[in-house]
Design a binder for this molecule. Structure first.
Ligand SMILES: Nc1ncnc2c1ncn2[C@@H]1O[C@H](COP(=O)(O)OP(=O)(O)OP(=O)(O)O)[C@@H](O)[C@H]1O
Length: 211
């Protein structure tokens, strides 16, 4: 698997007239699992959004393979799987329909692949259930099933362990570490202490760049 290289140069982020961090310098490449840590409100989600091209920095730059992210939209879309803090699931659609729709935005998936992905996250037998009839943890599992479909190398995940039970957390930790060991790149926020870390694991404490 060939992962892109993500780099930040003197990155600064201001939100609501508050400068959260500045001069943030990071280089992230295949094999890395990077956990962004820091207190509530320190800007972890904001940093993920900057890396995913969903927000513009106040100052500095994000580079993808050495080129400004703003000029690499197509490349970013090809390489990135973003799962935000909210599960991003549509209540009225079934688990299968949600995945089919989410995958269609990037790489359409057939029914068999979707059912396999749902089985991988423990949702065998729930394929046809409308998501408003699933628990919070099951809805999170629907979103995470995308990580078991034909997925791109760069995964940016905001609080992916939210609402998961112990078995779900352990399984996800294993899957994320395995992705990195196959050459993928994972950037995530979590307040959970990871117990399965690949060789390329790093913890980035945003507090170091706090203003
Ligand atoms: N949509 C928004 N508009 C304006 N300011 C925002 C918005 N979302 C967040 N902020 C502000 O940006 C700051 C950082 O928020 P962010 O969500 O990035 O922090 P975080 O470190 O991820 O927090 P948490 O640990 O609570 O998830 C906070 O002070 C917050 O008030």
């Amino acid at each position: 698997m060939t992962s892109p290289v993500l780099q930040t140069l003197a990155l600064a982020c201001e939100r609501d007239l508050r400068l959260l961090f500045e001069n943030l310098e990071l280089t992230l490449a295949g094999g890395d699992m990077v956990q962004i840590s820091g207190p509530n409100g320190s800007g972890k989600t904001s940093l993920l959004r900057l890396l995913a091209g969903l927000m513009q920095p106040t100052d500095g730059q994000v580079l993808l393979n050495g080129q400004p992210l703003t000029e690499q939209r197509h490349e970013l879309a090809r390489n990135l799987l973003w799962i935000g803090h909210a599960a991003g699931i549509k209540d009225l659609l079934t688990a299968e329909e949600n995945l089919s729709w989410l995958c269609a935005l990037r790489q359409p998936a057939n029914r068999e692949a979707i059912w396999q992905a749902l089985a991988a996250v423990g949702l065998r037998g729930f394929e046809d259930v409308p998501c408003h009839n699933l628990s919070a943890g099951q809805q999170r599992r629907v979103a995470l099933a995308r990580l078991y479909l034909d997925s791109p190398p760069l995964w940016i995940l905001d609080e992916p362990f939210t609402a998961l039970d112990k078995q779900g957390v352990a399984q996800l930790e294993e899957h994320l570490a395995g992705h990195c060991e196959r050459g993928g790149l994972v950037v995530l926020t979590t307040h959970h202490t990871l117990s399965r870390m690949p060789a390329g694991y790093r913890d980035i404490d945003l507090g170091k760049w706090a203003v």
